[in-house]
Design a protein around this ligand. Structure first.
Ligand code: GZL
Ligand code: ZN
Length: 335
């Protein structure tokens, strides 16, 4: 049973107060009245108004991530959540963040569709005194004080875990791999590619083609059709998410080949549709990327509003599954 659990590490960049920061993870932090009895700063009536800019609705992972945020940041949990979907466009996210600044929300949180181009709008939020929390994807910000915390998986490790499985199982066979990359310029696409390539280094596994499928099933299918027309020696597909892997399955079957046998498939996310294909033998290995970030976001937002120090980087725990592990895990999967 190949079930590797990537440990959850909390990197307390604010060393001196890390213990205090861990205290921030208790669920009642944040809407406790401050010492003098008045509500915590920024949450006038104890309600935290949080503006969230979501990447889009491009994949099963994104749907599960959105559900976790909307199910957790509720009125009964002390939040007034403003939520926007950017349809995977950075300009829409910047516009949403500006509107939250204008509305004077207490906290802004977002999953940046790409790593760069955020410094100006983050400076505007800072100038307005509104704290920012990153979830899921990272930014390459010039100045790390522009956000309070980044909660998300270690994408390099996810790529390494996928690459290690391929190298361990196929080194010495002259394996030819095609890669379906995630959204160009996004942290998961950049880092998963880096991790995979570092893991296959020194083996004779070769990436013969690589192109973005933008994390969607439809584009993954189209790109895979192109790969199948161009190459007759594809042994394995490495897809940066399940949805593009599911699109590749459609293209492989349309070409009269058997996915999981004629062409192996390795993906990242482990959402229900991906895990079902894994259990059905159409995918061979999946590295999980946990989308359930709502609870961590709620805890960090409350701690920030309460003026507590928070960990700069919270790495979410991920696992990995082969076909046997998928069959066992499916009945109890939350997403
Ligand atoms: C990863 C997340 C990625 C998922 C994709 O944390 O940003 O975006 O892997 C999603 O499924 O579209
Ligand atoms: Zn980067």
């Amino acid at each position: 049973m190949a079930r590797t659990t990537l440990t959850r590490t909390v990197l307390a960049a604010v060393a001196a107060t890390s213990l205090f920061a861990l205290g921030a993870c208790s669920s009642d932090a944040g809407n406790e009245p401050a010492a003098g009895g008045e509500p915590a700063a920024g949450a006038d009536d104890g309600v935290i108004t949080l503006g969230f800019s979501q990447v889009g609705a491009e994949s099963g992972w994104r749907a599960a991530n959105t559900k976790s945020i909307q199910d957790t940041l509720t009125a009964e949990n002390g939040f007034d959540l403003k939520f926007s979907d950017a349809q995977q466009k950075q300009e829409n996210q910047i516009q949403a963040i500006r509107s939250y600044i204008t509305q004077g929300v207490d906290v802004i949180a977002f999953s940046p569709v790409v790593e760069t181009g955020w410094d100006a709008v983050l400076q505007e939020a800072k100038a307005a005194g509104i704290p920012v929390i990153l979830t899921d994807r990272a930014v390459d910000a010039e100045d790390e004080t522009l956000y309070e915390s980044f909660i998300g998986s270690d994408f390099v490790k996810e790529g390494e875990t996928a690459g290690q499985w391929v190298a361990e199982n196929f080194d010495g066979e002259g394996l030819k791999v095609v890669e379906l990359q995630g959204t160009t310029g996004s942290a998961p696409a950049i880092d998963r590619k880096e991790g995979f390539e570092s893991a296959i280094e020194g083996s004779d596994v070769e990436i013969i083609d690589s192109q973005t499928g933008n994390f969607t099933r439809a584009e993954g299918k189209t790109v895979m059709e192109g790969f199948l027309n161009k190459h007759d020696d594809i042994d394995l597909v490495f897809a940066h998410n399940d949805d593009m892997g599911l699109g590749a399955i459609e293209a492989i079957e349309a070409a009269g080949l058997v996915p999981g046998k004629d062409i192996q498939i390795v993906t990242i996310d482990a959402v229900k549709d991906g895990m079902q294909a894994l259990a059905d033998g159409k995918i061979n290995y999946i590295v999980e990327c946990n989308p359930l970030l709502g609870p961590d976001l709620a805890e960090i937002a409350k701690a920030v509003i309460a003026g507590e120090e928070v960990e700069k980087r919270i790495v979410v725990k991920d696992e990995a599954f082969d076909q046997a592990a998928a069959k066992e895990a499916l009945p109890t999967r939350e997403y």
